[in-house]
Design a protein around this ligand. Structure first.
Ligand SMILES: [Zn+2]
Length: 362
């Protein structure tokens, strides 16, 4: 997954009037087949319009899909002909794009991403999260798309919760970089200055601006942030710049309560606590988290499956090789800090008089 070049394009398009051939020419693609992978609802409508814009190439639209490794195998079996002669286009949200990205990479085919909803940092990242044969979700290394096509009219139709989730995933970079710094200091990770700058810049892009996709300035900053996050992982060769203890805890919660919470909502909710563990009460982060309505007292989301200590133990087991702030504190210390953090956060919320944010997660 280590980068040797930047074969990545970001294009703003209108799918309704898309000149697909012109896109192929710009990207240097000479393929006779286009394989469109999509969902079954709104994304399928967009995919069918996109398919209608393809001229002189065979197009197939595959919509009966799920995000499993088994699905990829079945798609690979149904692919007729040379993989270098087919372009894979993912049209949809995170699950669809992850499958399309993984499928294209394993097939050895070029890949275009057309997001219809952006709820995490996956549109330009080299990571695909798929359900394995053991029924567990796992991250897989792939290559990022050759290009991501952004249709603002399409993205503006996505529910607000998707935007909150996408911002949450970006915010988690702040915690991830602190964990990365700590791991480097302890000789447990290698530095990458460019990836670190990109990850931190992504967070700066979404802080301080009202989260509204209809706002021109915010829209641009948001897309840039999501792309910066994805490419930071590509540059570093792993997910380190965007995934620290907050991701480990989120994965542990998701394993305990599968399918219950969107990824970005969860990691964005947990990130302020991880930042706090690094001795930082981050006002700008807290302010945006409050505006978004993220639930920083994340133990309320866990239910009866875990107490605090068992959740931390489960989080540490998610990726044994990922050294984070969880590895330098006992469960008792972490729990004490959690309660201190939640009290400090609520006290500040009362002080600034913003006691009724939109509840993004419950
Ligand atoms: Zn993430």
């Amino acid at each position: 997954m280590r980068a040797t070049s930047f074969p990545f394009a970001l294009e703003t398009v209108c799918i309704d009037t898309l000149d697909f051939d012109a896109v192929c020419v710009r990207l240097g693609l000479e393929v006779s087949r286009v394989r469109v992978i999509t969902g079954q609802t709104w994304s399928k409508e967009v995919a069918l319009v996109l398919a209608s814009r393809v001229r002189g190439r065979r197009v197939e639209v595959l919509d009966d899909i799920d995000n499993t490794l088994a699905q990829h195998r079945s798609l690979a079996e149904s692919n007729e002909g040379d993989a270098s002669d087919v372009l894979v286009v993912g049209v949809g949200g995170g699950c669809v794009l992850d499958l399309a990205k993984y499928h294209a990479c394993r097939l050895g085919a070029p890949y275009l991403a057309v997001p219809t909803i952006i709820s995490n940092d996956g549109i330009a990242s080299p990571i695909a999260i798929l359900r394995g044969d053991d029924d567990q979700m796992a991250s897989h290394s792939t290559t990022p798309p050759l290009a991501t096509l952004i249709d603002r009219g399409v993205l503006e139709r996505a529910p607000h919760a998707a935007l909150v989730s996408g911002i949450g995933d970006v915010l988690s970079n702040r915690a991830a970089v602190l964990d990365w710094d700590l791991a480097i200091e302890r000789g447990r990770a290698t530095p990458n200055a460019l990836a670190r700058i990109m990850s931190r810049s992504a967070v700066q892009n979404v802080l301080g601006a009202p989260p509204n996709l209809r706002d021109d300035i915010f829209f641009e900053r948001y897309i840039d942030a999501i792309v910066l996050s994805g490419l930071a992982m590509y540059i570093s060769g792993d997910s380190r710049p965007c995934s620290g203890a907050e991701h480990l805890i989120a994965h542990a919660i998701n394993r305990a309560r599968p399918g219950r919470f969107a990824h970005g909502l969860l990691v964005g909710s947990i990130a302020p606590f991880v930042v706090w563990l690094h001795d930082r009460g981050d006002r700008s982060l807290w302010s945006l988290v409050r505006t978004l309505g993220l639930q920083v007292d994340f133990m309320r989301l866990v239910g009866a499956t875990h107490d605090f200590a068992s959740l931390m133990n489960a989080a540490r087991r998610i990726r044994g090789d990922r050294f984070t702030v969880l590895d330098i504190s006992s469960n008792e210390e972490l729990e004490r800090e959690y309660h201190r953090f939640v009290s400090a956060f609520s006290a500040r919320q009362k002080r600034v008089g913003d006691a009724s944010p939109h509840a993004a997660i419950s």
